[in-house]
Design a protein around this ligand. Structure first.
Ligand code: HEM
Ligand SMILES: *[C@@H]1O[C@H](CO)[C@@H](O)[C@H](O)[C@H]1NC(C)=O
Ligand SMILES: *[C@@H]1O[C@H](CO)[C@@H](O)[C@H](O)[C@H]1NC(C)=O
Length: 550
C-alpha cells in the first residue's frame, strides 16, 4: 500500500520534472535557433567565460567594464547573457528611436512582466499593446502641467517638514550628520501617498502606515532568488500555482489590494462630490483617474476597470518613490563634490522671497533648471531597461558598423524574441554626443541657447525630456517626469536654502568614497568602506549662515 503510494508520487514527480526539463530544453532550443538565424549574432562584442551570467556577471562586479566595451567593440554590440545567448546593446540613436517608438514590436520581456505583474497586478508598468494604450490614454491627463501645478504645495510642504526635522538636529552643535537617502526616501514616500492617493503616510513623522508596510514587505523580498520563481519565469504553467516562499508576501498583497479598494472608493466619492481640483480637493492622481474615466470622450469599451485602477496604487509607489528620492540624493552628492556649484545654486535660490514657491516660480529659476538637468544626465536613477522583439524586424542604424564577418552593415535583422538593452545611463554620458567633457558635472553646459553642445546627434536622442534618456522616451516614456522634476526642485529649493552640505567623513576622519549599487530598479549611492550597511549617503549639514567649526 505505502509502497504503491510512494511509487505513484515518485512517478508523478518524475513526470513533472521530465515535463519541465522538456519545456526548458524546448525554450532554450528555440532561443539558440533564433540566435543562429539572426544577424545580431554577427555583431561584435566582448567574449565571456561565465556561461551562467555571461558579460552581466562581469558588469555586476565591475560597472566600469561597460565603458571599456564601448571603447573596444563600438557603440552597437552584442553582449552575452545566460548560456552565451546574445543581447543587442546599442547607443545608436537611430536604432534607439526605432526601438522606443515601435512599441508594437519592442515590448518588455515575458519574464520581466511576470515578475513585476505578480507583485503589483495589471498596472501601467506591466501591460502591453491595446491594454497599455487604453490605460495611458486615461492616465496621461493626470500627469499634465496643470495637475502638477496643483500638487506643488504638497511637494513644498513635505520639503519644509524635512527641513525642520533636519534643523532640529543641528541646533545643539551647529551641525548634524544625516543619512540623506533614507530621509529623502521618507519624504518622497509621503509625497506619493498624498499626491497619488490623498493618503497621509507620514513616514517623516515616524507613523506606522499599513500601505507603506505592505509595500515594503512586497518589494523588500522581491529581489530574492527562489527556485520556484525561476521555474515560473521559464515555464508559464507554474505561474498558476499560488506558491510563494514567503506567505507574508501573499498577506501583504491581499492587504495592498484591500487598501487600494478603499482608496479607490474614497476617490470615487471625492470625484462625485468635488468638481474641481483647484480647490485643493480631488487633485490626487487616483481621483483624477476616476474623473478621466467618466469623460464623455472615452468610449465605454475603453474605460478602466476597478482592478486596473487599484493596480496603479503599488505601480505609482514602485515607479515614483525610490526613483525620485534617488535622484535628489545624487543631486545632493553632486553638490558636496562641487562647492562652487553649491554656492551658485544657493545664491539663486536665496534670491526668491518666499519659502513656499509655486511650480511656475520653481521653473523660472534658470540655474536650478541647469543643475537638475545635469544631475539627471549624470546620475540617472534607472541605468537601463530591456525590450524584446515580439516579431521579426530590421533595426536601422544611423552609423553603419562592421560585423564579425567584415561586412559593413547599416541595419540589424532580428528574429522574434531577440532581447535588447537600452543603455540609459551610458547614452547620457556618451562622449560622441556630449563631447569630451561628457563625464564632467557642468550645469553650465545647459546655459547655451541650444542645449546640449553638439547639435549633430542630440536632436535625435529619443528622450521624453531634456534631450536625454533618464525618463526614457516614446509611448512608454516616464509618465511622471513633470511630477518628479517639480518634486525634485521643491526639495532642492528648500534644503539648499536652509543647509550647507558636505560629505561625512569616516570614523577615523578619513574621506569616504562613494560608489553605486543597483537594486533591480534604481542605482543608489553606497559607501565603499561600509558596503555592509547597504545603500546610503552620509552628509554633514550646517544651517546656512552659521560659522563652520574648525
Ligand atoms: C527621477 C525620477 C524618475 C525616473 C528616473 C523615472 C524613470 C522612468 C523610466 C526610465 C521609465 C521607463 C521604464 C521602462 O519602460 O522600462 C519610467 C516609466 C514610468 N514612470 Fe517614471 N521615473 C521617475 C519618476 C516617476 C514618478 C514620480 C512617477 C509617478 C508619480 C513615475 C511613473 C512612471 C510610470 C507610471 C511609468 C510607466 C509608463 C508606461 O509604461 O507607460 N515615474 N519612469
Ligand atoms: C469636498 O470638498 C470640500 C471642500 O471643498 C471638503 O470639505 C470635502 O471633504 C470634500 N469631499 C470629500 C468626499 O472629500
Ligand atoms: C470607469 O467607468 C466604468 C463605466 O462607467 C465603471 O464601471 C468603472 O467602475 C469605472 N472605473 C473606475 C476606476 O472608476
Amino acid at each position: 500500500m505505502l509502497v504503491s503510494v510512494l511509487l505513484t508520487t515518485l512517478k508523478t514527480t518524475l513526470g513533472l520534472v521530465g515535463l519541465t526539463a522538456g519545456f526548458v530544453a524546448c525554450r532554450l532550443s528555440l532561443a539558440f535557433l533564433r540566435e543562429w538565424r539572426s544577424s545580431a549574432r554577427l555583431l561584435p562584442g566582448p567574449p565571456t567565460k561565465d556561461w551562467l551570467s555571461g558579460n552581466f556577471g562581469e558588469l555586476r562586479d565591475n560597472p566600469d567594464a561597460e565603458q571599456g566595451w564601448i571603447a573596444r567593440w563600438g557603440r552597437t554590440m552584442r553582449l552575452r547573457s545566460f548560456l552565451g545567448l546574445g543581447i543587442v546593446y546599442t547607443l545608436d540613436t537611430t536604432a534607439l528611436h526605432h526601438i522606443l517608438t515601435r512599441t508594437d514590436i519592442y515590448q518588455k520581456s515575458d519574464g520581466a512582466r511576470f515578475s513585476l505583474g505578480r507583485l503589483v497586478g495589471p498596472g501601467i508598468l506591466v501591460v502591453e499593446g491595446e491594454q497599455h494604450r487604453q490605460q495611458r490614454r486615461i492616465m496621461n491627463p493626470a500627469f499634465g502641467a496643470p495637475q502638477v501645478r496643483a500638487l506643488t504645495s504638497i511637494f513644498v510642504d513635505k520639503s519644509l517638514q524635512l527641513r525642520d526635522l533636519w534643523a532640529a538636529q543641528t541646533t545643539e552643535t551647529g551641525s548634524a550628520n544625516v543619512e540623506a537617502l533614507s530621509w529623502l526616501s521618507k519624504a518622497t514616500l509621503d509625497v506619493i501617498g498624498l499626491a497619488g492617493f490623498n493618503h497621509d503616510i507620514n513616514s517623516l513623522g515616524g507613523a506606522h502606515d499599513e500601505l507603506a508596510e505592505s509595500f515594503e514587505r512586497i518589494f523588500g523580498s522581491g529581489g530574492e532568488f527562489s527556485f520556484i520563481r525561476l521555474l515560473q519565469m521559464l515555464v508559464p504553467w507554474f505561474r498558476r500555482l499560488p506558491i510563494d516562499a514567503d506567505t507574508s508576501v501573499l498577506d501583504a498583497q491581499a492587504k495592498m489590494k484591500s487598501i487600494g479598494r478603499r482608496l479607490l472608493a474614497e476617490a470615487k466619492r471625492e470625484a462625485v462630490e468635488n468638481g474641481t481640483f483647484e480647490t485643493g480637493h480631488g487633485r490626487d492622481l487616483l481621483t483624477l483617474l476616476v474623473k478621466a474615466n467618466t469623460s464623455k470622450d472615452i468610449p465605454d469599451s475603453q474605460r478602466l476597470s476597478d482592478e486596473d485602477v487599484i493596480a496603479q496604487v503599488p505601480t505609482f509607489l514602485v515607479a515614483g518613490h525610490e526613483t525620485t528620492s534617488t535622484a535628489v540624493t545624487w543631486a545632493l552628492y553632486a553638490l558636496t563634490q562641487h562647492p562652487d556649484i553649491q554656492a551658485k545654486l544657493r545664491a539663486e535660490l536665496l534670491s526668491v522671497q518666499t519659502d513656499t514657491p509655486t511650480m511656475d516660480e520653481l521653473n523660472a529659476l534658470p540655474y536650478l533648471e541647469c543643475f537638475v538637468r545635469e544631475a539627471s544626465r549624470l546620475y540617472a536613477p534607472v541605468l537601463g531597461t530591456g525590450r524584446n522583439a515580439v516579431k521579426d524586424d530590421v533595426v536601422p542604424l544611423g552609423t553603419p558598423i562592421t560585423d564579425t564577418k567584415g561586412n559593413v552593415v547599416d541595419s540589424i535583422r532580428v528574429k522574434k524574441g531577440q532581447p535588447f538593452l537600452v543603455p540609459i545611463a551610458a547614452l547620457n554620458k556618451d562622449t560622441n554626443i556630449w563631447g569630451p567633457d561628457a563625464l564632467e558635472f557642468k550645469p553650465e553646459r545647459w546655459e547655451s541657447p541650444q542645449p546640449p553642445p553638439s547639435d549633430l546627434l542630440t536632436t535625435a536622442i529619443p528622450g521624453v525630456w531634456g534631450h536625454m534618456l533618464t525618463f526614457l522616451g516614446g509611448p512608454r516614456g516616464c509618465i511622471g517626469f513633470r511630477f518628479s522634476l517639480v518634486e525634485t526642485k521643491a526639495l532642492l529649493f528648500t534644503l539648499v536654502r536652509a543647509f550647507e552640505f558636505e560629505l561625512a567623513t569616516g570614523e577615523g576622519g578619513e574621506k569616504l568614497e562613494i560608489t553605486s549599487r543597483g537594486n533591480g530598479i534604481v542605482e543608489r549611492p553606497i559607501v565603499k568602506s561600509e558596503m555592509e550597511k547597504g545603500c546610503q549617503l552620509p552628509l554633514v549639514i550646517r544651517p546656512v549662515g552659521s560659522q563652520k567649526q574648525v
